[in-house]
Design a protein. Structure first.
Lengths: 193, 199
């Protein structure tokens, strides 16, 4: 039983971002700021000239900020800071799902990249309709698969045969959740294929 | 798949985000509302005027104060915590899959054995270009990640079936079922190979 639980844990770790990138970025920015503050503090302790400003004048600058800055400039800076904060909050709260599809299995956890599914669906459509690789393109979203077909000029295609072929191909995958299929046959045909 | 502390990352990012939103809102309010600007300036003036007295209250030498040292120590502690946060990312990869001890001694199964077994079983398949196996220790349990790179246009159903068959073989080989994650992904080799026109 613990094996199954662990498999599910691995699956979650594989399909969701760990937010390591955002964390490292935030930590590095914080480190740079703190390193600067620390350097200024040490320089002022040793009575050396500051890099930019010594700690007392930094405090003075912060205290005088509303008087020394234009109101709209202060407002814009505040909104900018709040927006960065909002982005961090969103990064923390959103699930961060990757473009991977979960396949139902008993023994193992299986994920399939969207690109792999798109290539396979395109290949099946092409074989079914006798088309060239350039004439079919597939887009795989979380819950929807869109197949874009450009028929050869002069030989119309039947949407339902393509649809049933695509659905037959997908039924063998066991994707969870099962995506809906959209077939989009373009009006203009391809010439010289 | 690594043993990154995901909740730690998200919690710290959320805390940082909240702090930035609060500071930003306060700054914007100081720009837009005169009362807030006034309160800001008067609080700031109190702080600036109170600083010399505070520094003098705990003197270390004639012109340095313990408070300066304390502030510096706080900066150093924060730096150490941030470095710890960066260092906590990733990790957990191991080179052994399992270990069994008995009176006679210990037996360990290396990941390379499992990797070779799976690679031999899967790379015979014409639809599969490359197999990469790595083992990860997540929450005191070892799990296997099998990355399979199929040929462009290969049916994921067939690839997954082949992988499952290989893993069933691995189960009998090891006599133990390790948690396995199979990831069917594209990679550099998929991009540079052509689709099979005949299959």
């Amino acid at each position: 039983m613990s094996e199954l639980l662990h498999t599910r844990r691995l699956l979650r770790r594989e399909t969701h971002s760990s937010r390591a990138g955002a964390s490292v970025t935030a930590a590095v920015v914080g480190l740079l700021g703190l390193a600067w503050l620390g350097t200024e503090a040490v320089l002022s302790l040793l009575d050396q000239p500051p890099l930019v400003a010594n700690p007392p004048s930094m405090l003075q600058w912060a205290a005088d900020l509303p008087e020394s800055t234009l109101p709209w400039g202060l407002a814009a800076a505040g909104i900018g800071l709040a927006l960065i904060g909002l982005v961090l909050l969103l990064v923390a709260v959103t699930p961060g799902t990757k473009a991977l599809h979960v396949v139902d299995q008993d023994r193992t956890a299986v994920v399939v990249d969207s690109e792999v599914i798109a290539a396979a669906v395109s290949r099946r459509t092409r074989q079914e309709a006798g088309l060239d690789p350039d004439q079919v393109s597939t887009r795989v979203d979380r819950r929807r698969i869109t197949v874009d077909v450009r028929p050869t000029s002069g030989s119309p295609l039947d949407e339902s045969t393509i649809r049933s072929a695509v659905e037959d191909e997908l039924s063998g995958y066991g994707l969870r959740p099962e995506p809906t299929v959209r077939i989009n046959i373009r009006h203009e045909g391809a010439l010289g294929i | 798949m690594s043993s990154t502390h995901r909740w730690l990352n998200r919690t710290l990012l959320a805390v940082l985000g909240l702090i930035l939103v609060a500071v930003g809102a306060l700054t914007a309010a100081a720009g837009l509302v005169p009362d807030v600007a006034e309160a800001w300036t008067s609080t700031g003036a109190t702080a600036v005027n109170g600083l010399p007295a505070l520094l003098a209250s705990a003197p270390l030498t004639a012109d340095t104060s313990w408070w300066t040292i304390a502030a510096l120590a706080l900066v150093v502690v924060c730096v150490a915590l941030l470095i710890g946060w960066i260092a906590s990312q990733g990790g957990g990869r191991t080179s052994t899959v399992g270990r069994q001890g008995s009176a006679m001694g210990n037996t360990t199964v290396e990941t390379s054995l499992v990797a070779d077994a799976l690679r031999t079983a899967l790379e015979e398949n014409g639809q599969i270009l490359a197999v990469a196996v790595s083992s990860w220790r997540v929450r005191r349990q070892t799990g296997l990640r099998v990355r399979v790179q199929p040929r462009r246009g290969a049916s994921p159903g067939a690839v997954v079936a082949a992988a499952n068959e290989a893993i069933a073989g691995l189960d009998t080989l090891l006599g133990e079922r390790i948690p396995v994650l199979v990831s069917v992904q594209t990679g550099a080799r998929t991009r540079f190979t052509r689709t099979r026109r005949v299959d």
